[in-house]
Design a protein around this ligand. Structure first.
Ligand code: FEO
Ligand code: CA
Ligand code: CA
Length: 559
């Protein structure tokens, strides 16, 4: 009942509207004022923004709102040491691990999701690669670990070049597969790639999510009788290397101190966007992860024991009925009939989840959990074939706020569209005051065209979760041409935001027809880079007592 809804947000959710949409929409605003008996409602709508938000922009630059500034920390191809390791291409997810209490010395992890072949190996757009070109391309993806320090005098962060912690994981790194049985004859995979978003564990490791791995070694397709064929990939690595697609598409756990990695089959295989952890009362970890594709599913993994993700149970979300459905072959006769064992269910999650009633969602991407309430925020980027062009942020609340619960409720927290001024939400991050930051991912082919025209280049937004502007999106930064802003993560004191600027100029047709020259300008080739954002406006937004994080990350001890 409307009159039982005490807050503005509850009212909006009841109406199926987002606070972000309502904040700027005349129709929705009049709907709110005509229905609301609460005399404070007009004042709510007139609340000033916390800073002057940026307008949308199609300039080939990293635009910033007043009181924010950005410094480049690392760029694609920067040398990490004298051993030949370099910062990879297309930096995406970032995680920071402290090496001192203050958090001014630490190890930064970065995913290197993909690459533009023309920039990395020089092969022309659409041309067939040579083996030597692919060997070069393999080194540009995976992940980087680097020691970074903040200069106490200048407040600026810099790479500690040649530090022993600086190392790479690439498309050539051998990584053990943690599995009940060998997969395609082996318990070792060669390479990690398609590393999109990720997560951190309470014991100080990073989880890197292998997303669109089909682009590298193709897609394994099974017919009704289980006969397997391989559909060819985008990059064509399978022409020179005989590695099975089933070795990719997993969550990979990496120790930031040693670089030791393992592929966790327990969390399933699909186009993993991220792996976001909440710790249950009994100490076991629950991992949320989305499968970024049209009509793909949302998953939750419950570990068997504290301190490990190697074994546990995987579930998929039935959003219509608010239920987590077991993907265990022991619980599901349909899965037992279709797959030969649990490992096969995990390898073929994309087929298994819909079989038992999991919901088809609009590209579930990043997931973050509100440290104050336990609410799970999930970006649903879009579903263009179904006419869903702008996406939304979905809010999921577990029954009794218990991450082990198998029941939940969900609602739209913020809808993309012309009213809210954002489209295609992707990465999320919470700041030290418990407010949300969001980046968008309109694809290069759609950007500045058709229905996406008003949104211009991709952007970074600040979304207060509390107070008069709750749920409203304020644009903080705009990306250079073709780029998306990814991997937002705050420094330990909350006053620096590490942000990846990924794939500027990715739609360029040729090296003499570049669509971006960021960050070096002139006629330079564009380079994905990590920037550090700071400034008086950020200081103001995060000042005050810090919200207790979901879990305390340990200060890592240097080896
Ligand atoms: Fe790699 Fe779904 O973004
Ligand atoms: Ca993403
Ligand atoms: Ca994306």
């Amino acid at each position: 009942m409307i009159h039982d809804l005490k807050t503005r947000r509850e009212f909006l959710e009841f109406m199926g509207l987002s606070a972000a949409a309502v904040g700027l929409s005349g129709t929705a605003a009049s709907l709110l004022s005509s229905c609301a008996s609460n005399p404070t409602a007009p004042a709510v709508l007139a609340a000033p923004p916390p800073f002057e938000p940026l307008a949308a922009s199609s300039a080939d630059t990293l635009g910033l709102a007043n009181g924010f500034n950005a410094k480049i920390l690392l760029r694609w191809d920067d040398a990490l040491n004298n051993k030949g390791d370099f910062w990879g291409a297309n930096n995406d997810y970032l995680a920071f691990f402290r090496l001192n209490e203050e958090g001014t010395d630490g190890i930064l992890w970065s995913n290197h999701e993909s690459y533009v072949p023309m920039f990395v190996s020089g092969r022309k757009r659409g041309s067939v690669a040579t083996r030597s070109q692919i060997l070069k391309e393999q080194l540009s993806v995976g992940g980087s670990l680097v020691r970074i320090k903040k200069d106490p005098a200048t407040g600026e962060w810099a790479l500690v070049k040649n530090d022993p912690h600086n190392r790479r994981l690439t498309g050539q790194t051998k990584i053990p597969i943690i599995s009940e049985r060998p997969i395609m004859g082996s318990k070792v995979a060669v390479g990690t790639f398609g590393n999109c978003a990720g997560g951190i564990t309470p014991w100080g490791t990073v989880l890197t999510a292998e997303e669109n791995t089909d682009d590298f070694y193709g897609t394994a397709v099974y017919d009704e009788k289980g006969k397997r064929t391989i559909e060819e990939s985008v990059f064509g690595w399978e022409k020179f290397f005989n590695y099975p697609p089933e070795h990719y598409g997993w969550i990979v756990e990496v120790n930031p101190l040693t670089g030791a990695a393992k592929k966790l089959t327990s969390i399933g295989r699909y186009a993993h966007e991220c792996a976001t952890i909440r710790v249950a009362k009994d100490g076991r970890c629950v991992v949320y992860s989305g499968d970024d594709g049209n009509d793909r599913c949302l998953y939750k993994f419950i570990a068997d024991k504290p301190g490990s993700l190697e074994t546990g149970k995987l579930y998929a979300a039935d959003v219509a009925n608010g239920k987590w459905i077991s993907l265990s072959i022991k619980d599901q006769p349909k899965l037992k009939a279709a797959f030969k064992d649990q490992t096969e269910v995990l390898i073929r999650c994309r087929e298994a989840a819909p079989m038992v009633g999991a919901s088809a969602l609009a590209r579930p991407e990043d997931i973050e959990i509100d440290p104050q309430t336990g609410s799970v925020y999930i970006t649903l980027t879009n579903n263009q074939p179904k006419g869903n062009m702008f996406g939304e942020i979905l809010k999921l609340e577990e029954k009794n706020n218990d991450p082990l619960s198998l029941e939940f409720t969900s609602s739209t927290f913020a809808a993309g569209g012309p009213d809210s001024q954002f489209a295609c939400p992707d990465n999320l991050a919470f700041d030290r005051r418990g407010n949300l930051w969001m980046t968008t991912d309109v694809s290069g082919k759609d950007m500045n065209r058709g229905q996406y025209l008003p949104f211009k280049n991709n952007s970074l937004f600040y979304i207060p979760l509390h107070g008069p502007n709750a749920g409203k999106a304020f644009r903080v930064a705009t990306a250079p041409n073709d780029a998306e802003l990814t991997g937002p993560v705050f420094s330990h004191d909350g006053r620096n935001l590490f942000l990846a600027v990924q794939h500027p100029g990715e739609t360029s047709k040729a090296l003499d027809q570049l669509t971006s020259h960021w960050p070096d300008g002139g006629q330079s080739v564009p380079r994905s880079s990590v920037v550090v954002i700071s400034g008086p406006t950020l200081d103001k937004l995060v000042e005050g007592e810090a919200i207790k994080p979901l879990f305390e990350m340990p200060v890592l001890k240097r080896s």
